[in-house]
Design a protein around this ligand. Structure first.
Ligand SMILES: [Zn+2]
Length: 260
């Protein structure tokens, strides 16, 4: 039975039996991974408080292919959030990022780039003093690119022109059209230059700059609605994230979110 060692982010934990936990991890090389942590909920567990969502740990586990669930052997802390655990907005958005990975990734496929994105995003959430909603949108837009669902926002689908003052987005086919070509789109919605520019910056800028940048008023709301519609048409599974629902119920965030 091979013993494996990997760095992984804890996406969620579930109670299992009397004293154990079932961990859903996003591992750097192995992708989604479920591990049973025996005795993790005992008062004097050898894992201490280590097995919590958003924590980055190094794990050693036994990998037996004939078994559905693998068993955790050892865990050590690599990184733990500080602010995200005490701030409900941040916590909700971090958990929503984890949930998107859970819904969009398949077990058994590693994606080190998406792993790096989630890890960097969680760390940036912890450092951010402002702009946590743009950061959440940056995560979503980048994840789409990394998982092969790019909405094609870099240029006009037809003439390839990059500068688009007024455009139209065909959600059914996932195509952006510039002003000169927009008659070719059989249907779609108007998209503004501010929104397109903000979208591109959310994908391109370092995350540490995303949390500092002053985006034009309305541009971030535009990206929020764009991504919401894109998910509705193409990725139904992430349209309504539980973590966001929970947040809305918990806080006055509903008003803020509908205006983001
Ligand atoms: Zn065009």
């Amino acid at each position: 039975m091979p013993i494996r060692r990997t760095e992984a982010i804890i996406l969620k934990t579930m109670k299992m039996g009397e004293t154990s936990s079932l961990l859903t991890l996003y591992a750097r090389e192995a992708g989604l991974l479920k591990l049973v942590a025996k005795g993790a909920r005992k008062l004097k567990s050898r894992y201490g408080g280590l097995l919590q969502p958003l924590y980055v740990i190094e794990v050693i586990y036994y990998d037996k292919e004939t078994r559905d669930l693998q068993f955790l052997s050892q865990a050590s802390l690599v990184w733990a959030p500080r602010q995200a655990q005490s701030d409900i907005d941040r916590l909700g958005l971090c958990l929503a990022c984890c949930e998107m990975i859970l819904r969009l990734e398949n077990e058994g496929h590693g994606n080190p780039a998406a792993y790096g994105l989630l890890r960097a995003t969680l760390e940036t959430f912890d450092q951010a003093e402002t702009n946590i909603r743009p950061l959440f949108l940056a995560f979503q837009a980048r994840l789409l690119e990394l998982l092969g669902f790019s909405p094609g926002m870099n240029h006009c689908f037809h003439c390839q022109k990059q500068t688009i003052r007024e455009g139209r987005y065909d959600f059914i086919n996932g195509r952006l059209y510039c002003q000169s070509c927009m008659s070719l789109a059989l249907q779609g919605q108007a998209v503004s230059q501010d929104m397109i520019d903000a979208y591109r910056e959310l994908v391109r800028l370092p995350l540490s700059s995303v949390i500092k940048k002053a985006f034009p008023k309305g541009a971030i709301a535009g990206v929020y609605h764009f991504l919401h519609d894109f998910f509705r048409y193409h990725l139904e599974e992430v349209r309504q994230l539980n973590a966001i629902d929970v947040l809305k119920k918990l806080k006055t965030m509903q008003g803020e979110f509908s205006q983001v």
